[in-house]
Design a protein around this ligand. Structure first.
Ligand SMILES: [Zn+2]
Length: 350
């Protein structure tokens, strides 16, 4: 009997020990799980949330997308810029493919590609045309006003019907005419560079509303480049629109008026007054280095004042083309008029 009692006691003690052990194991497991969960939560709170980048970088060209250069001249790649929504500026990751042989006439394609850190890719191309150099001088065309025959008639020969103008711009685009920058024109006159054949410069005097309303949309439609010589006291407010494809240069602020002797006031006003007028014009246009003489009238004093005020080129209304070595302050132009036919236009620019 005694032995049986002690056996029962042993069983009870064993059960208690087992129960305690199971309890300890359960406690450890549960506690361990929660602490791991806590750790996970802490980790995810401290690190950045993962966002999937599916937006490709934006890539844009520096300089002209349709560049034309003269045979034998130097080609300098102006490169491109790339920005990504996540990576920021990644211009240094742009890869450039395609060579331009400036010793061989033809059309070349330069391709720029870039990838962001999530492998989203973008590309852009530049067309480079190598052409024989300009032979017979650079035509700088001089336009003034425009009209639409459905609405009215042009009062004089300086008014050009807008459909005639559209035909001219369409022709320039079809023939891939090149519109050199003023910097290039200056270098050409200085004999530092050759311009390609089929180069042309378009200028529009006064900054008249008919130019902005009728001609500017056509210039943009055919991707031509134009310079508006603005009389800033009259039409400076239109120049503030800062339209694409249009360069705004000075036609004086308020010197487009006759003085006491019947000639333009640039010939009679005091030097100080002329300088003040030129500065006002520059300020209104946000800067200007190219000038167009009011009524085409100028003298030695006017030329010297322009030089002092930082103007690099000045245009008259004399007829002719611009050549290497032309006088930079007495530049001629080719006058466009209401009666100019498309055939005459082609002769003027070729
Ligand atoms: Zn004028």
């Amino acid at each position: 009997m005694k032995r049986r009692k002690s056996l029962n006691l042993e069983k009870i003690i064993l059960c208690i020990v087992l129960l305690v052990l199971v309890g300890v194991i359960i406690y450890i497991i549960v506690n361990n799980n929660t602490s791991q969960e806590n750790l996970k939560e802490e980790q995810s709170a401290s690190s950045k949330p993962e966002i999937e980048d599916i937006t490709a970088p934006e890539i844009t060209l520096n300089g002209n997308s349709n560049l034309v250069i003269a045979l034998g001249s130097e080609y300098t790649d102006l490169g491109a810029k790339a920005t990504d929504n996540i990576d920021g500026d990644i211009s240094n990751k742009i890869e450039v493919q395609g060579d331009v042989d400036t010793q061989t006439e033809g059309e070349y394609t330069v391709k720029y590609t870039v990838k962001d850190s999530s492998e989203n890719a973008s590309e852009i191309e530049r067309k480079v045309t190598v052409r024989k150099p300009l032979k017979n001088g650079l035509p700088v065309l001089m336009y003034h006003f425009f009209y639409d025959e459905n609405v009215g008639t042009g009062p004089d020969n300086n008014y050009i019907e807008i459909k005639d103008f559209e035909e001219q711009m369409k022709y320039l685009q079809e023939e891939n005419f090149y519109f050199p920058t003023w910097e290039e024109v200056e270098q050409y006159i200085d004999g530092k560079i050759e311009l390609p054949s089929k180069s042309v410069v378009l200028t529009f005097d006064d900054g008249d509303p008919s130019f902005y309303d009728l001609a500017v949309p056509i210039i943009q439609k055919y991707n031509a480049q134009a310079t508006s010589f603005v009389i800033s006291a009259w039409y400076g407010y239109r120049a503030a629109e800062n339209q694409p494809n249009i360069d705004y240069e000075s036609h004086s602020d308020d010197m487009h008026q006759a003085g006491a002797n019947g000639k333009g006031v640039m010939l009679s006003w005091s030097e100080d007054k002329i300088k003040e007028d030129l500065e006002t014009s520059k300020n209104t246009l946000g800067g200007s280095t190219i000038f167009c003489y009011p009524f085409g009238q100028y003298n030695d004093r006017a030329i010297n004042i322009l030089k002092e005020c930082g103007f690099k080129l000045a245009f008259t209304t004399k007829g002719g083309r611009v050549y290497k070595g032309s006088n930079k302050y007495e530049l001629p132009r080719v006058r466009m008029s209401k009666t100019t036919t498309l055939r005459e236009f082609k002769n003027m620019v070729n």
